[in-house]
Design a protein around this ligand. Structure first.
Ligand code: AMP
Length: 289
């Protein structure tokens, strides 16, 4: 990292298990660098929300072709959605984007089973968000300079290769990775208290960062919810297994490429924003010393 200083940083990856405490660390980096966050988990949840709005009453298994080990053709799925939607008028509305509904339907099949969404779907949703950010005028970035914090992408070696290629097309590189470390057992205990705002995607914790009156988002006032993929211990353990088998090799691959990795603990005796900032920036600033 010696070659470039803090002012040259443009791309930061934040990696860690789901429930390890990434969001408070991302909030700290976003404030420190003035960067926007792209979270593939949030992007998928938005598409799943659009899919949920059509009130599909069938089983998601009906969208899957067991022989092909892939989804049925889009036209077949669209027909199925039309037949089994509780609110077919939503599907018929011109503002309903059928591609988003389809993506939400396919993502839900994996996300709510505690599994990662396949790379083919994930590359598309990420590249769209990335390209829109870089195509937008700088004034709309809300910052004096353009830069991104990537949360939850990449999660596989395939995604890491895809990212590095996309970045090189924009003459960019990953400046550093912030790895948030927490053991599985603490995650399982802690994640039961996690709540998310369905409106603005803010993340809360019943004990460490409580929503207003125990149930309302402090930013937009919506009633916070437990994530569908946080609902049972079995789901949490499946996701942890996905991390061990896919994200850990992905991180090793990026390290081998020479990308600096800063590891910080995901649980601090004092979880206040000031303590998180000291932990994160105290470690990150060593990159430029
Ligand atoms: P997160 O909010 O980052 O915990 O992501 C929630 C879920 O979205 C994950 O458990 C996966 O099912 C899916 N997801 C998010 N990002 C990715 C990714 N990069 N690759 C595959 N699946 C993802």
């Amino acid at each position: 990292m010696a070659a470039s200083g803090k002012d040259q940083v443009k791309i930061i990856l934040v990696m860690g298990k789901s429930g390890s405490g990434k969001q408070p660390r991302i909030d700290c980096l976003a404030e420190e660098f003035g960067f926007k966050q792209i979270s593939t988990g949030n992007l998928f949840r938005e598409c799943i929300g659009t899919f949920n709005s059509i009130g599909f009453e069938g089983s998601l298994n009906e969208t899957w072709d067991e022989e092909k080990k892939d989804f049925k053709d889009d036209a077949v799925i669209v027909e199925l959605l039309k037949q089994k939607s509780k609110t077919p008028d939503v599907l018929a509305k011109p503002e309903t984007n059928m591609q988003t509904v389809l993506l939400g339907c396919k993502a839900k099949y994996f996300v709510e089973s505690g599994l990662f969404v396949p790379d083919t779907l994930t590359h598309g949703i990420f590249a769209n968000a990335f390209e829109s950010y870089f195509a937008a005028p700088l004034e709309s970035c809300g910052s004096a300079r353009r830069g991104l914090i990537l949360d939850g992408f990449p999660r596989t070696i395939g995604q890491a290769e895809f990212l590095l290629e996309l970045l090189s097309k924009h003459s960019l590189k990953v400046d550093f990775i912030l790895e948030v470390d927490l053991d599985d057992e603490t995650i399982v205990k802690r994640t039961t208290g996690r709540r998310i705002c369905p409106g603005c995607q803010s993340v809360f914790h019943l004990m460490f960062k409580p929503p207003r009156d125990g149930q309302f988002c402090t930013k937009c006032g919506a009633v916070v919810k437990q994530r569908a993929d946080d609902a049972t211990e079995d789901l949490l353990r499946r996701r942890l297994n996905e991390f061990a088998t896919k994200v850990a090799p992905c991180l090793a691959f990026l390290k081998e490429k020479g990308i600096p990795v800063v590891t910080v603990p995901g649980n601090l005796p004092d979880p206040s924003p000031a303590a998180v900032k000291e932990s994160v920036m105290g470690s990150v600033s060593k990159l430029w010393q």
